[in-house]
Write a protein that binds this ligand. Structure first.
Ligand code: HEC
Length: 148
């Protein structure tokens, strides 16, 4: 029972708000049993990918490894990926997605003005700026990406 509760807690922390839990469920029936499977939106899958990519980037920067000079073009899907039904691609979203892409591109362009660490942290702060207005749930998780 204890394990069950902690799982539910983790799920709620990661999604934007608890309402989302109900909206994208797929019911799978194998004849004897019915399973409710949570289906992630395209945007949510992209976000998880961006999270994993930036976690790797953080590890590389902290280790002093050379960072690739190729911006991951898949990130541009932030402009088109389908969102969960409760989320809207409104003006705020468009504004922050543009700012985020600009900041993330900077990480891969060697600039003498700012260190790679500063450029990286700037891009993570743009993840956070959008999340503060659009989707507050994952903020504690995203903050772990910042390099101290
Ligand atoms: C322009 C706004 C915006 C930007 C920029 C943004 N996000 Fe998101 N993020 C969202 C929205 C909206 C969702 C919810 C998507 C959905 O439910 O369809 C989300 C969802 C997430 C989730 C939860 C995914 C899940 O379902 O478990 C994580 C984690 C996340 N974002 C991390 C990041 C990271 C890391 C960055 C930067 C590299 C980032 N986000 C940049 C708006 C943004």
């Amino acid at each position: 029972m204890k394990a069950y509760f902690s799982c539910v807690f983790v799920l709620l922390l990661l999604s934007c708000n608890s309402k989302e839990k109900v909206e994208k469920k797929v019911v799978i029936t194998d004849g004897t049993k019915t399973y409710d499977v949570y289906q992630a939106s395209e945007m949510s899958t992209l976000m998880k990918g961006m999270y994993a990519y930036n976690m790797q980037l953080k590890t590389d920067i902290e280790a002093g490894n050379e960072v690739s000079d190729e911006f991951p073009e898949e990130f541009l899907r932030i402009h088109s990926a389908q969102l969960s039904e409760t989320k809207l691609r409104n003006e705020t979203f468009q504004h922050f997605s543009g700012k985020f892409i600009d900041a993330q591109r900077e990480v891969f362009i060697d600039s003498s003005l700012l260190s790679v660490k500063d450029r990286y942290n700037n891009s993570i702060n743009m993840c956070l700026s959008c999340h503060k207005t659009e989707c507050t749930g994952p903020i504690p998780k995203i903050q772990k990406l910042l390099i101290k």
